[in-house]
Design a protein around this ligand. Sequence first.
Ligand SMILES: N[C@@H](CCC(=O)N[C@@H](CS)C(=O)NCC(=O)O)C(=O)O
Length: 210
Amino acid sequence: MKLYMFPVAPNPTRVRLYLAEKAAAGKGLGIEEVAVNLREGEQKSPEHQARNPFEKLPVLELDDGSFLTESLPIIEYLEELHPEPPLLGSDPLERARVRELERIAELSVLYPIARVVHSTNSPLGLPPSREMAAHFGELIPKGLKVLDDRLSDGRPFLAGERPSIADCTLAAGLQFGRFGKVELDPRFENVARWDAAYRERPAALSVLVM
Ligand SMILES: N[C@@H](CCC(=O)N[C@@H](CS)C(=O)NCC(=O)O)C(=O)O
């Protein structure tokens, strides 16, 4: 299998962090990573359109030559093939909690951060929009507050004692914020503590570049 990705882009990064967590636990999946340079528009090439007509990353190429798009289905597929160590919970409630936190991390933190970055200084060259930056900028603290409250009991990871895909998504979103100068609001002390600790993990050190 091959994972088409681009460093720092948050959606491929969350899948790469997932893979790196498995590898750091001695359960590497041996998936080759192939860069598609988004800054040079390689996602719009006929070659990549054949992988994903939406011209997005990540894409997983399966051994039969077919393609799987969308970060979460990619992760869920790999997790079903390689359930150890569990990064999506190991019982129904834990799985639901992990998915809940992951959805919050994506939809209420990663996504609004990405919209602010793309409406202020888009690495893809999207047009600036003050209105969009203001709108999405107001959403970020709401998402961070919910995650900060969850972390307020001192747990090391979003879902408790073990890393999960929720951590991968939050770390990918915050890295893209640092890239685009959307700094983490220091009011969210628990998220800041989590962020500092997560970035020291071998998985994060092998994937995050800022
Ligand atoms: N819903 C998709 C979103 C994928 C996505 O937006 N990827 C971005 C990188 S983070 C991309 O490839 N953008 C290229 C473009 O819009 O031209 C997923 O979860 O994988």
